[in-house]
Design a protein around this ligand. Sequence first.
Ligand code: SF4
Ligand code: SF4
Length: 109
Amino acid sequence: MPRLKCGVDTCAYWHDKYCIREGIRVKGEKALAVAETRCSSYRPRSRTARNSFHLEIGKLGDPLHLEVSCEAVNCIFNRREICHAQEIKIDGTRARKSAETFCSSFVLK
Ligand code: SF4
Ligand code: SF4
């Protein structure tokens, strides 16, 4: 499981540079570059989401290491649609939807 940092502060699951989910799904089946990937687990921040986030963070033992399933099979860290990088970064500072996020750690095979 990679250690994951996230710069998408508009996401309901974002907290202080980290993602508080137990796992995420990255898309980009045909991606040949960073910009063609995206975090499909992104959800826009709302009052409801913020409340559930407070409940969720208390339940997690280590919010820094996440299970990352990934469709970007052209990335060197992808093995059978699971990310095996030690560390990854999801970005998209002003994202309002999943398509405006991306995995900065994508490296073309
Ligand atoms: S954009 Fe993805 S990695 Fe970042 S906080 Fe949201 S769900 Fe987690
Ligand atoms: S580093 Fe590569 S395999 Fe890992 S999530 Fe990003 S695009 Fe997918």
